[in-house]
Design a protein around this ligand. Sequence first.
Ligand SMILES: [Zn+2]
Length: 445
Amino acid sequence: MKIWIKNPLAVLGDNCAGGILVENDQITATYGSGETPKDMTGIEVFDASEHVLLPGLINTHHHFYQTLTRACPPALNKPLFPWLQSLYPIWAGLSEEMIALSSQLALAELLLSGCTTAADHHYLFPGPLEEAIDIQVEAARSMGIRAMLTRGSMSLGEDQGGLPPPSTVQSEEAILNDSERLINRYHERGNGAMVQIALAPCSPFSVSTQLMKDSAKLAKDLNVRLHTHLAETHDETAFCEKMFSLRPLDYLESVGWLGDQTWLAHGIHFDDNEIKRLGEAGVGICHCPSSNMVLSSGICRTLELQEAGSPVGLGVDGSASNDGSNLIQEVRQALLLGRLRYEATEMTHQKAFEFATKGSAQCLGRDDIGQITVGKQADLALFKLDEPRFSGAGDPLAALLLCGAHQADHVMVGGKWRVSDGAVIGLDMEALMAEHSHIAKKLIS
Ligand SMILES: [Zn+2]
């Protein structure tokens, strides 16, 4: 199969004004202005003259199940700790069906916003949810989206000084055994991997020190990545100082996590010296601007982190603190929030796109996605500027962010179209939304 994505209106990539050639799952040629494939035999043409062409956007942090608790009344207008404490008892009622529907809904929403690789952090395995990650793998495969599914965990209940209720935590042994099972069963390696697994103890206030250490060891033994929430709020810093007599980053280092196999969600409250240490170690940071604004958590120091050597990616975070899963809108949020901390000349629209593409790919330890270059996976997002919000726009790439693009017209993952004319191919979206919203009401009641 060969497709020439021809003459895009604009493109985020070098020397491809004439378009790109997709062969099977990869980009095999790029064309400068006026250039064409030499031999058109067997090449299908996709006229992109009305489309802005981006590398598929990459989401590096989410909690799919939280699409069931968006704008949830008990959690409204609260900072992180009270917000979590009002949601934990609701989340304790999750069923397998809820995991399936919330994962499908979140993945469809992401695809429609131009996302081609989605990471999720699932850390709730009470009672019937032993196979939560297996269910997510199934959802990602059926949707044809690339996925980094992290096996999350909580092992420090309220009765041991942690934040979550005891009914939501598991033993270290059960967590490690299941982690190993999932890696052996699902983790793909090398270029073009569609499903990957990483280990993701939830946060310093919900996981035992032993589990942090054991997870780092298991990740090293099995050569997979590590992910967790860190330095999200001042409450978390106070917790670490009280519980471990360490600041969050010192704690991370003490449990063997300070290395380039790790990417962190949020990474807001680091001082200059900590940023230097993170950069030197190559720790990735997933910036979650909407969530950080909703929970009044603070502003991630993205540009200093990048300057120090840390990959900086982007994440919508869970839908209880965003409360949408729209990745192109999140790129706009990163741009706008960044402008509150940095000069407009520093926090450019190109920089915001870089977070969601190349930076996110680095966070996930991948060099086969996130760029429109020969040899990379054909993961592409194409946007049209045909809504009133774009009318009169000058620079098409900047317009996507400044005018507020929210829906991709076409999306390709590994050379296969997954979104066409603004709809996920093969998915009855209305039926999925009806089932999803019905079961969300059941969970909250
Ligand atoms: Zn999160």
